[in-house]
Design a protein around this ligand. Sequence first.
Ligand code: SF4
Length: 218
Amino acid sequence: MTIDNSNIDTIVSILEKRIKREAYVTKISKKDKDPFKVLVSTVLSSRTKDEITEEASERLFSVVKKPEDILKLSLSRLENLIYPVGFYKVKAKRLKELSDYLIKKYDGKVPDDLEELLKLPGVGRKTANLVITLAFNKYGICVDTHVHRIVNRWGYVRTKSPVETEVALRKKLPKKYWKKINNLLVVFGKSVCKPVRPMCSSCAISNYCPKIGVKVHS
Ligand code: SF4
């Protein structure tokens, strides 16, 4: 029992049939095609439930269209607009720093290059890859905690950190799945292959999955 490139097409196909929901960041990228909104909502989405990210982002985007708008807001008003996303005070400061940097270095535009995105204050590989794939339709693999955990449970990679997982997936995962793997596994990881007590007994890919490191197969 294993999941590798001999059956990855089957695995993705099974998951795609069951997972129709799109994370808010994916939705807004298709709806507005605005890299700034993708970047901001990605920052807001970290450690935050998707419904909360959606509500806070929509509230913020009703008054903010570009980096200059964020700089015009007082810090407390910005905090109020994005509350109750996780770490909203830290994120409000980060959005101010980000907006300031974008205006000074990139004329208020979000850069469309991974290395340039990584220079932005508070932007790590996860955010940069998501912006590259969703906002600019370029190849990237966004590895967050869900992607990292699930592909290791599958035995598809054997890695110790999301960065190692990204490197391993860039070598192994067929390129046609790079852009879609994040949304697929984030939704799957929140609903079925959860961090604690994954629902293996009702999981559609249980017959293929070696369940590496899973102690209780509920
Ligand atoms: S829920 Fe269980 S069977 Fe399904 S992918 Fe996760 S570890 Fe494998």
